[in-house]
Structures are given as structure tokens and as C-alpha cells.
Design a protein around this ligand. Structure first.
Ligand SMILES: O=C(O)c1ccccc1N[C@@H]1O[C@H](COP(=O)(O)O)[C@@H](O)[C@H]1O
Length: 200
């Protein structure tokens, strides 16, 4: 089984869809000026409506670590995704405060030494673009659990899992139709990930 994070939830009712399909993690975008950016009020409502069993991660791009710590301490988020050029110092500060961290790196950097809990490989930020999965180093060399992101869809997810053998996949655009979360696609994505044991 490969674990799955469904990201870019920006409507309060997206929490209802997530509860129906039960991904292993959900994400909301706190980075400003993106199509899926949520304000604090919406974020609170999504967390309130989301099943307690589904951890909600906040996606940040070069933002204030103190805000992340406050959101975490208040139970609004259960972890952070650092999607910019955040330093290892910031990762260490978050980890010292027990905040689970997903650090986003370029696809070639899957072997980076980090204090983060997960390394997420992505070439863009929620744009639905894939990259050449052949450049990802083999699982046997990797030390940190890997999350694969970038343009994953119901049509390529199985291939991606077999080729890259990630512990997790993370999907935003591929779970939408016309920019809105789609229950059917979300269900298929979760089913594919959970049925898929990467062939080694
Ligand atoms: O989804 C966004 O709008 C977003 C904005 C800013 C930073 C990251 C964002 N999303 C992350 O991008 C990847 C890939 O998404 P996609 O499936 O290709 O659309 C994923 O990690 C999202 O969490």
C-alpha cells in the first residue's frame, strides 16, 4: 500500500469529500496568492469538519515559522509542508517543537540529508506538471520517506508508483474537475494508491 495525501482543499465542503474517501493526509494552502489559498476562517472550518483521524497539513512557501508553530499548537494543522527555499535551520526549529515536516525538494534531491520527516519531490507548486520520474534515485539509496508529487492523475498514478516506489503520493490538480475537488476522482486515486504495492 502507498499512502496518499490529497492537497489543495480550499472549500469547507471539501472536508466532506475527504471524509468520504479517507486519504491518509489532507493539505491546505497557506501560501498567499495561489488559486487554492485559504484564509484562516476557512482553514478552521475545514479542520472542524474533517474527521479527526485525517491529519491536516498546511502548505507554506517561505513564510513565518512562528505562524506555523502557532497553528500547530492550536490544533489547526498536524504538520507543515515547506514548499519554498526554507532552510534546514527552520526544519530543525519545527522538529524541536514536535511539528512533523514535509520538505519539498527538486526531483534530483531525493538523497538530501534532512531532519524533515518526509522529502517531497515536486518541480512546481500545484500546477499539475509531471517530471521525468527516471531521475529519482532508487529506493535502496534513500534515507527519508519519499512523497511523490507533480501532475499525478487517475491515469498515471499506478505507473508513477511502480516506477518511483514512493512511500507516499501527493495530489492536488489531479483530484479536480474544472478546478474543483471531484469525489469520483478522489475515490479512484485513493483506491489506486491503497491497492498499489510498488513492485521492487
Ligand atoms: O496546490 C497549490 O495550489 C499549491 C500552491 C503552492 C504551493 C504548493 C501547492 N501545491 C502542491 O503542489 C504539489 C503538486 O500539485 P499538483 O498535483 O501537481 O497540482 C503538491 O505537493 C501540492 O501539495
Amino acid at each position: 500500500m502507498t499512502k496518499i495525501k490529497l492537497c489543495g482543499n480550499f472549500r469547507v465542503e471539501d472536508a466532506d469529500l475527504l471524509n468520504k474517501v479517507q486519504p491518509d493526509m489532507a493539505g491546505i494552502i497557506f501560501a498567499p496568492n495561489h488559486r487554492r489559498t485559504v484564509n484562516l476562517t476557512t482553514a478552521i472550518k475545514i479542520r472542524e469538519r474533517l474527521d479527526d483521524s485525517i491529519p491536516l497539513y498546511g502548505v507554506f512557501v517561505n513564510q513565518n515559522v512562528m505562524d506555523m508553530l502557532t497553528f500547530f499548537a492550536n490544533g489547526l494543522i498536524q504538520g507543515v509542508q515547506l514548499h519554498g527555499d526554507e532552510s534546514e535551520l527552520e526544519v530543525a526549529l519545527l522538529r524541536e517543537n514536535k511539528v512533523p515536516v514535509i520538505q519539498v525538494v527538486k526531483p534530483q534531491q531525493a538523497l538530501l540529508t534532512t531532519a524533515a520527516d518526509y522529502l517531497l519531490l515536486d518541480n512546481s507548486a500545484g500546477s499539475g506538471e509531471t517530471f521525468d520520474w527516471r531521475i529519482v534515485p532508487p529506493k535502496s539509496l534513500r534515507q527519508t520517506p519519499l512523497m511523490l508529487a507533480g501532475g499525478l492523475t487517475i491515469d498515471n498514478l499506478e505507473d508513477a508508483i511502480n516506477q518511483v516506489q514512493p512511500e507516499w503520493v501527493d495530489i492536488s490538480s489531479g483530484s479536480e474537475v474544472a478546478g474543483i475537488k471531484n469525489l469520483e476522482k478522489m475515490r479512484i486515486l485513493v483506491d489506486i494508491a491503497h491497492q498499489q504495492t510498488a513492485k521492487s
